[in-house]
Write a protein that binds this ligand. Sequence first.
Ligand code: PBG
Length: 337
Amino acid sequence: MSRPQFLTSESLPRTRMRRNRQFDWSRRLVRENTLSVDDLVWPVFVLDGEKRRETVASMPGVERLSIDLLVDAVGEAYELGIPAVELFPYTDENLKTPDGKEAVNPNNLVCRAVRAIKAKYPDLGIYTDIALDPYNSDGHDGLVKDGCVLNDETVEILCQQAINQAMAGCDVVAPSDMMDGRMGAIRDALDAAGFQNVMMMSYAAKYASAFYGPFRDAVGSSGALGKGDKKTYQMDPANTDEAIRETALDIAEGSDMVMVKPGMPYLDIVHRIKEAFGVPVSVYHVSGEYSMMKAAVQNGWLDNDRAVLESLMCFKRAGADVIFTYCAVEAAKLLAK
Ligand code: PBG
């Protein structure tokens, strides 16, 4: 090698950042964050009937499963060490009504699924979604009157929905509806019904995002919502101070954990909320993020395993404690290698 011409002996770097990066062992030692199976929650879609599995066209690798098959699938997740699942129902069109009353039916799909899973895997955590969109013929998270999504009337039914799911045996109720005042009202309702130990995770900073499209296909709410949007209750993607106010309210109302959603485009929000409140922060790696990645993988443009693990690690780096991801099972397998 020729003598350095431009880097003279006086200007040679004493601090060389690359030294610590030379070996696998030293990279492991200086690594600042870790991703573990303990960080993962697996969102799953449940369908009526028996021995039924349906692919979700816009979410490669994701299926809706009937309860019998779902119990086996979450059993595999449990064996892999995944702490919890979140259930989303694909509700039959003829059960959808303007008042969304199927949400409070003690024998609805979600309640039956909770009971079936708890009977076989009592130690697997179960989150259930609180919102009316799977049951509402309008495809909205709340009750609609004269084109408006009603707040206080919706909160009343969400309280009943929470009690209904708690009776079925869920561990955490997770309101994703973004109505004002719902966390406090649900806490009071749960406590009055004797469910003081049921946890609450609010979707605190939930944005009106284009990245939920494939999820709405998966739960069959996209048709009802049509060209409508959820901008009068979900947050404007341009805002960040507002996420702090939303989260402060939910914590004050008794939220045990909070969530930021979507995930990867909103890492700044994850970081701010973790810094500001120091409470358990979840992040949702949503359907659209999942589908973008899988579409690129299918085209041979991204390496699946590396893209999955890097995406999830970035959530940890931003400050998330819990990651909701459709990749939970494959990530758990990769992490076990
Ligand atoms: C609705 C709900 C949505 C998601 C979870 N709960 C969609 C919406 O707000 O329209 C999205 C999850 C995802 O995209 O993966 N209550």
